[in-house]
Design a protein around this ligand. Sequence first.
Ligand SMILES: *[C@@H]1O[C@H](CO)[C@@H](O)[C@H](O)[C@H]1NC(C)=O
Ligand SMILES: *[C@@H]1O[C@H](CO)[C@@H](O)[C@H](O)[C@H]1NC(C)=O
Ligand SMILES: *[C@@H]1O[C@H](CO)[C@@H](O)[C@H](O)[C@H]1NC(C)=O
Ligand SMILES: *[C@@H]1O[C@H](CO)[C@@H](O)[C@H](O)[C@H]1NC(C)=O
Ligand SMILES: *[C@@H]1O[C@H](CO)[C@@H](O)[C@H](O)[C@H]1NC(C)=O
Ligand SMILES: *[C@@H]1O[C@H](CO)[C@@H](O)[C@H](O)[C@H]1NC(C)=O
Ligand SMILES: *[C@@H]1O[C@H](CO)[C@@H](O)[C@H](O)[C@H]1NC(C)=O
Ligand SMILES: *[C@@H]1O[C@H](CO)[C@@H](O)[C@H](O)[C@H]1NC(C)=O
Ligand SMILES: *[C@@H]1O[C@H](CO)[C@@H](O)[C@H](O)[C@H]1NC(C)=O
Ligand SMILES: *[C@@H]1O[C@H](CO)[C@@H](O)[C@H](O)[C@H]1NC(C)=O
Ligand SMILES: [Ca+2]
Length: 583
Amino acid sequence: MISSLPLLAAASVASASSKSLSDICSKSIAQAALPSDIIQGITLDSTSVTAAVVTNSSVSSDFFPDAIIDYCNVTFAYSHDGIADDRVLLEIWLPAPSEFQNRWLSTGGGGLAINSGDSSLPGGIIYGAAAGMTDGGFGSFSTNADAVMLLANGTLNYETLYMFGYKAHWELSKIGKQFTKNIFGLSDSQKLYSYYQGCSEGGREGWSQVQRYAEEWDGAAIGAPAFRWSFQQTQHLYSNVVEQTLDYYPPPCELEKIVNETIAACDPLDGKTDGVLSRSDLCMLHFDIESTIGKLYYCAASTGPSGPFKLSKRQSPGGSSTPVQNGTVSAKGVEVAKTILNGLHDSEGRRAYFSYRPGAGFDDAQTQYNSTTGKWELSIDQLGGEHIALLIWKNGTTLDSLDGVTYDTLKEWMISSMQEYYSTLQTVWPDLTPFHKAGGKVIHFHGEADASIPTASSIRYWESVRQVMYPNESYTDGANALKEWYRVYTVPGAAHCSPNPLMPNGPWPQTSLGNLIDWVENNVTPTTLNATVLQGDNIGDNQQLCAYPLRPLWKNGTMDCVYDRASIDTWNYDLDAIPVPVY
Ligand SMILES: *[C@@H]1O[C@H](CO)[C@@H](O)[C@H](O)[C@H]1NC(C)=O
Ligand SMILES: *[C@@H]1O[C@H](CO)[C@@H](O)[C@H](O)[C@H]1NC(C)=O
Ligand SMILES: *[C@@H]1O[C@H](CO)[C@@H](O)[C@H](O)[C@H]1NC(C)=O
Ligand SMILES: *[C@@H]1O[C@H](CO)[C@@H](O)[C@H](O)[C@H]1NC(C)=O
Ligand SMILES: *[C@@H]1O[C@H](CO)[C@@H](O)[C@H](O)[C@H]1NC(C)=O
Ligand SMILES: *[C@@H]1O[C@H](CO)[C@@H](O)[C@H](O)[C@H]1NC(C)=O
Ligand SMILES: *[C@@H]1O[C@H](CO)[C@@H](O)[C@H](O)[C@H]1NC(C)=O
Ligand SMILES: *[C@@H]1O[C@H](CO)[C@@H](O)[C@H](O)[C@H]1NC(C)=O
Ligand SMILES: *[C@@H]1O[C@H](CO)[C@@H](O)[C@H](O)[C@H]1NC(C)=O
Ligand SMILES: *[C@@H]1O[C@H](CO)[C@@H](O)[C@H](O)[C@H]1NC(C)=O
Ligand SMILES: [Ca+2]
């Protein structure tokens, strides 16, 4: 089954290869392979072990190619000595010995989850890796960190905070890798390649490992990481505060029309009119959003979640129904959109943060319909509200109102929670020298139309690493030196950790984990990142993604990756409202 993947030269296969899956998959074999003394202060619970063979399982994902896989599903628990009622669950999938290619894969979560159910684990099996996930000690694989973050009002569960921040993933990789070596009979001197894959919060978790545990990783494939936490989570509220400040709550259809018009107008600027806005930088330089004023919009009535942004993570209370939305784009609506895209500035006009790219959805700005008043009203972004209620105020998980909240309030929340969570959640430590010295590689990508984590957030981090690690090099020399081991790619038209229904012809880097493995093990540099159109009329088409700072430009149907200083400048911001460096 795995044979459909061309990239991987047959790796040295352990002597276990003559064994079958069932030869390595039983409770007693797994119990015997539990690594003792791997981490000080941890006790593995041998009685908790389960192991079962799973065959012929069809898997499909945006993060690895479709496959039918066989594996051994192992679970077990451990505890931290000295903590009452502590129990951390791990789930590890093992490939058949004949398919094992001396690889480990750690997988992460999204939102406030530390895993993605088992939806990320097949990527490991497909690429001949044992793959693991953790429940962080939160109670079950489906319990998110926020459910157990508050011990009492005013008191965080600091073990949960640190486990979520970075500790649980470190433990997963230490325990999981030694367990894998034991199962497959690898000696201490035999190399077990170690990889991480995750997107969004899972991307932040990946960076938490790369930044801290250089020796643990050979490579990481990271999408749209939710790092720079205090800024990222607070900025989710910025769109709402714009609406409140300008006292205009746009019907979702009006904002979607602005998005559609932006896409249509900026699509050709990249040299290829294909419905995909691949150059948001040229769009920022050449498109005037005010040209959308007066355009007719229409959205049919719906009984589902309100508005057109059905992909939004936002809670839609009770799936309320919405009326037909029919009107023209207003000057007020455009003012809201323009102010959102301009990013957070304080009352003195200084920049505190940045926002999404033109062409991205306005998910954070989504309003809710009140059938009593017949008006669209404020709907507080759930992730943003939770950051304030749970991690700043420590007395709940939702924010009930934004009364009195101004742009300055948002700035203060960004700064105060940066200080408070600098060592746990912030996750933008810019000096990766130990990781680089250990030979590590990172493939980092981000949808250019991400509506949940600003694309420029990933660019800012890459630029921070460049400045910190290559301070004496010219821009080009530093960028080229960094690109030898850490590359960041923007994904034309793509949404948050997924392809974008509004730009169906856009590509998605579905094989990024395989490309990372090829880079690490076979020195195949992903000069451009392999990507595939996963929906629409061109489904299956192959496209290549340019590595920043190069930008895609089509001439006569052929794409080049070009250097364009004015475009690069649209990605970088001076956060002069923040009194300390923001990496
Ligand atoms: C695997 O699944 C396919 C299609 O679902 C089925 O035809 C085949 O018999 C299955 N093979 C085994 C060994 O279960
Ligand atoms: C793996 O094993 C655990 C524990 O028995 C079980 O809860 C889970 O559903 C299994 N997953 C799969 C995909 O078989
Ligand atoms: C915190 O206080 C709120 C409001 O009084 C209450 O509803 C909630 O249950 C309390 N939470 C905890 C964890 O004690
Ligand atoms: C925006 O474009 C999509 C197709 O790409 C369409 O389904 C949707 O109705 C459009 N929205 C508006 C408000 O025109
Ligand atoms: C939308 O409004 C315009 C102008 O009021 C009207 O001409 C048109 O018929 C309406 N369309 C629908 C589908 O209601
Ligand atoms: C709708 O508006 C009415 C009148 O202002 C208000 O009492 C009610 O709480 C609102 N409904 C919702 C769901 O916000
Ligand atoms: C939570 O704490 C904040 C800040 O102290 C306070 O303003 C708010 O009313 C509290 N909320 C609840 C539900 O207790
Ligand atoms: C950069 O140059 C300064 C001044 O010459 C020197 O002290 C420093 O070590 C250099 N840094 C690096 C990373 O080469
Ligand atoms: C690149 O993606 C295409 C599909 O677009 C796939 O067929 C091919 O195997 C991938 N190549 C590599 C090296 O991953
Ligand atoms: C553009 O492409 C067409 C068709 O492939 C070809 O005939 C033409 O020579 C190309 N023009 C240039 C300037 O490359
Ligand atoms: Ca285009």
